[in-house]
Design a protein around this ligand. Structure first.
Ligand SMILES: Cc1ncc(COP(=O)(O)O)c(C=O)c1O
Length: 349
């Protein structure tokens, strides 16, 4: 039986062109700034994101941590959504490694933070009871909000608010190219209102390892020091970056296919009794739905789907996530829908 793995776009494997580029990569000591392949990838990333500079790091988690450590000192506060990946799934790194106080405000279902909530969360700098606010963190696309896209207009509003209070804006752009494709704009436009951006090569772009931190030359100098502090200075890492270059050159445009497959999946699932899902909310490659009251719980549904060869992720007791990516075609979506129908018929809602 073919296995259709929809748990995450992190399961993607490198393309043959990536493997060849890794084999052929010109290498040097990157901590000394001498790996030509890393240098090329960093220059490409900065150019694509419209920033002065970029630095390659091992993971999205380290990319966000390096950014938070560069913006905030110990005891300072970073505002972020209560469903931000950085808040939920990065092992509390900014608090553990940086003494940074995370201040959450509710994420709206569309991934945004209400501007009134953000403004209300900004501390009075003259009151010694408070940790000083330094940073507002956004996530685009928003993982836990079904891959929702923040618009450049919204980002500009956050930038303006941050500017009024002298705060910086960090964008967790792990999937920034999905956002750009969905919006029909460049990644640089999506990033234009952020002081720092992290983005991942190893999700929809299918490279095996790596993320980039982009920002001003000054910011990236600090980020490079934080990367070293965290043990993320990798020597001949051009062997990995070579795949990242191929990812940026060849894998961005095809993200539209993943979005179309996600929409097809969402439309099909929404028509099944037992599944609560508004397909109009699916803008990119992440489909999240609720199991209706009376239907199987998420864990039972996921286990039954796995028996039909389809892997999905459980995100809450009644909530499931499926992510489309390179290697998942229209046939696989059909297999997933057939499996879901069969599972729901085995245990009717
Ligand atoms: C929005 C977002 N940010 C950051 C990360 C962290 O990336 P990594 O798994 O490479 O550490 C992820 C991973 O799924 C993510 O979805």
């Amino acid at each position: 039986m073919r296995i259709v793995d929809l748990r995450s776009d992190t399961v993607t494997l490198p393309t043959p062109a990536m493997r060849q580029a890794m084999f052929d990569a010109e290498l040097g000591d990157d901590v000394m700034g001498e790996d030509p392949t890393i240098n090329r990838l960093e220059a490409m990333a900065a150019e694509r994101l419209g920033k002065e500079a970029a630095v390659y790091v091992p993971s999205g988690t380290m990319a966000n941590l390096v950014c938070l450590l560069s913006h905030c000192a110990r005891g300072e506060e970073a505002i972020m959504g209560h469903m931000a990946h950085t808040f939920l799934f990065e092992a509390g790194g900014s608090a553990a490694a940086g003494g940074i106080h995370p201040r959450t405000v509710p994420n709206q279902p569309d991934g945004t933070l209400d501007l009134g909530d953000v403004e209300a969360a900004i501390r009075d700098p003259n009151n010694p009871h408070y940790p000083p606010t330094r940073l507002i963190c956004l996530e685009n696309t928003h993982n836990r909000c079904s891959g929702a896209v923040l618009t450049p207009e919204y980002m500009a509003q956050v930038r303006a608010l941050a500017g009024r209070y002298g705060l910086k804006v960090h964008l967790d752009g792990a999937r920034i190219f999905n956002a750009a494709i969905a919006l029909g704009v460049t990644a640089a436009e999506v990033a234009s209102d952020a002081d720092s951006i992290s983005f991942c090569l190893s999700k929809g772009l299918s490279a095996p390892v790596g993320s980039l931190v982009c920002g001003s030359a000054d910011f990236v100098r600090q980020a490079r020091r934080q990367r070293k502090l965290l043990g993320g200075g990798m020597r001949q890492a051009g062997v990995l970056a070579a795949a990242g270059i191929v990812a940026l050159e060849t894998m961005v445009g095809r993200l539209a296919e993943d979005h179309a497959n996600a929409r097809r999946l969402a439309d099909g699932l929404a028509s099944l009794p037992g599944i609560l899902l508004d397909p109009a909310r699916i803008q990119t490659n992440i489909v999240i739905w609720e199991m209706a009251p009376g239907a199987l719980e998420a864990a039972g549904f996921a286990a039954a789907m796995a028996r039909h060869g389809v892997k999905v992720g459980v995100v809450a007791p009644r909530r499931i996530r499926a992510v489309t990516h390179y290697g998942i075609g229209a046939d696989d979506i059909e297999q997933a829908l057939t499996a879901a129908k069969a599972v729901l018929e085995e245990k009717p809602a």
